[in-house]
Design a protein around this ligand. Structure first.
Ligand code: FAD
Length: 459
């Protein structure tokens, strides 16, 4: 058993700072140190978030309005999907608290009624009738400004060390201490937040990853000005070899073009991206990155926990990266509340993380596999290839009973709630079986469905 009085976070990108914030908030007794290399830069993307970031900010005592102002944030009500099912069609994934209502919601009801009475419940009306209020929101953030903001917020309660050079001192497969510019940091636990570099994870030989095959493996990204008021949603616009994101911040737009190098060269993707923005960006503005969609089977091994890109990455779709760090850091803080850890603690944490990651993988996969597009080799491949048995089984269950509180129990940290699943499946006209309608709820949900969106997200 290991005592837990101090934690050293190695790396100061989004994952490093959000981990520091979480640990400070939920584990206030522990000494937190964050060590940041001056020689390595952050990856510089990751601007679309989920509501859990706002929850963390609020719980940490951050003045959210001040944060929004200084981090150049705009509101994000959801994701607008264009050209995913077929070219020219669209659907939404709004944030919603609807799933809190219980096992049978408007989302469930509308799909049942669509099956029974499609004329009065057309699928085209699903989003505006099921989600009339777009009640929840998240933020689009400037990742660099968020790091600066959190640094300022935490500067008196977290030890911050900027360094040029470091050495790791290891024994018996664990880190004894880290020396940065000649100063030793000795902590009870080390959190690797060094992104794709995985500095600490590699040092303890934590290399076993899952064999999930991602749908895309490369991205181009650029910043550009926006001409008018920022939209209050992220756009994910599918193209022949992947998709493009548009993230409108308060003072600029972040955009990216995601593709799969097995089907498209970097030059083709660059050409598509420049044309997508009708020449508003040029080649020199574009940064490029390739990635593998893999995640560590055991993000916590020995006395090192990986949080952020060091633990894994699926892809940018659905903004699951920051949400994953927020969950990881919160779960770590909660797990450590007894101020000790052992192998069982790590096993439990790793098991919870797998539930989350597998829900992300499945959720991302349905966006591709259920598409009706067959206009390119990329889409033909993604819509025909075999998928994980877990996902196939899950879709059979969801077809029969819909995603609901019974087949998605609360003791698992799902990445997405049952209504989110229904929103996406409905976007692909997924054919749910007829379901029993709880008689006592019919009047209530029918009444709710009359409140057709008055403030549908502007297109
Ligand atoms: C193309 C793309 C788009 C993404 N879009 C989104 C999105 O919209 N929403 C979302 O939630 N997530 C997104 N993500 C995922 C993720 O949220 C972001 O990439 C996020 O910024 C990563 O944060 P990080 O702290 O793990 O890594 P980084 O930001 O890369 O930070 C790494 C830190 O480690 C340090 N470091 C690196 N190498 C070394 C080394 N060798 N030695 C010492 N120190 C080192 C760096 O100095 C830095 O402080 C995206 C990822 C990619 C690749």
């Amino acid at each position: 058993m290991n005592q837990l009085n101090s934690v050293c976070i190695f790396g100061g990108g989004s994952a490093g700072w959000l981990t520091a914030l979480s640990l400070r908030t939920y584990l206030p007794e522990a000494k937190i140190t964050i060590a940041i290399s001056k020689k390595h830069s952050n990856v510089g993307v990751g601007e679309s978030t989920q509501p859990d970031l706002l929850d963390l900010l609020g719980n940490s005592g951050i003045d959210v309005n001040d944060f929004i102002d200084k981090v150049d944030c705009s509101q994000k009500k959801g994701i607008y999907y264009k050209n995913w099912n077929t070219i020219g069609t669209d659907y939404w994934h709004p944030f919603t608290s609807l799933s809190d209502k219980g096992r049978y919601t408007r989302a469930h009801h509308y799909n049942v009624m669509h099956k029974r009475d499609p004329n009065n419940y057309p699928l085209e009306d699903y989003y505006k009738r099921v989600h009339p209020e777009y009640d929840e929101y998240a933020l689009h953030i400037d990742a660099d400004k968020m790091a600066q903001y959190l640094r300022e917020f935490l500067k008196d309660v977290v030890e911050i060390i900027d360094f040029d050079d470091y050495t790791l001192r290891m024994s018996d497969g664990k880190i004894d201490y880290i020396t940065v510019d000649g100063v030793s940091i000795e902590s009870d636990l080390y959190v690797d937040c060094t992104g794709f570099s995985k500095v600490l994870v590699n040092s303890i030989d934590n290399t076993v990853t899952d064999n999930y095959e991602g749908n895309v493996n490369a991205a181009l990204f650029a910043r550009l000005p926006h001409g008018s008021q920022p939209d209050r949603y992220t756009t994910a616009d599918a193209w022949g070899n992947g998709w493009c994101w548009t993230i409108p911040l308060e003072s600029r737009v972040g955009s990216g073009c995601v593709y799969n190098t097995n089907f498209c060269s970097k030059d083709e993707a660059i050409e598509y991206f420049i044309n997508y923005w009708k020449g508003a960006i040029d080649k020199d503005d574009i940064r490029a990155i390739e990635f593998t969609s893999e995640s560590l089977i055991s993000p916590w091994k020995s006395n090192v926990v990986a949080i952020g890109l060091s633990a894994g990455f699926i892809e940018p779709l659905e903004a699951t990266g920051i949400s994953w760090f927020v969950l990881s850091a919160q779960m770590l803080a909660v797990t450590l509340r007894n101020r000790y850890y052992d192998e069982t603690t790590a096993l439990t944490y790793n098991g919870q993380m797998r539930c989350f990651i597998e829900d992300v993988q499945d959720f991302i996969d349905v966006h591709y596999m259920l598409s009706s597009r067959d206009d390119t080799k990329f889409w033909k491949y993604q819509t025909n290839r075999d998928r994980h048995l877990r996902l196939k089984t899950r879709l059979e269950i969801y077809k029969k009973h819909m995603p609901n509180k019974n087949n998605r129990r609360n003791n698992i940290p799902w990445a997405f709630n049952d209504v989110s699943w229904i929103d996406i499946l409905t976007g692909y006209h997924f054919k749910f079986d007829d379901q029993d309608i709880p008689a006592y709820l019919i009047a209530e949900v029918e009444e709710e469905l009359k409140q057709v969106a008055t403030m549908e997200i502007q297109k």
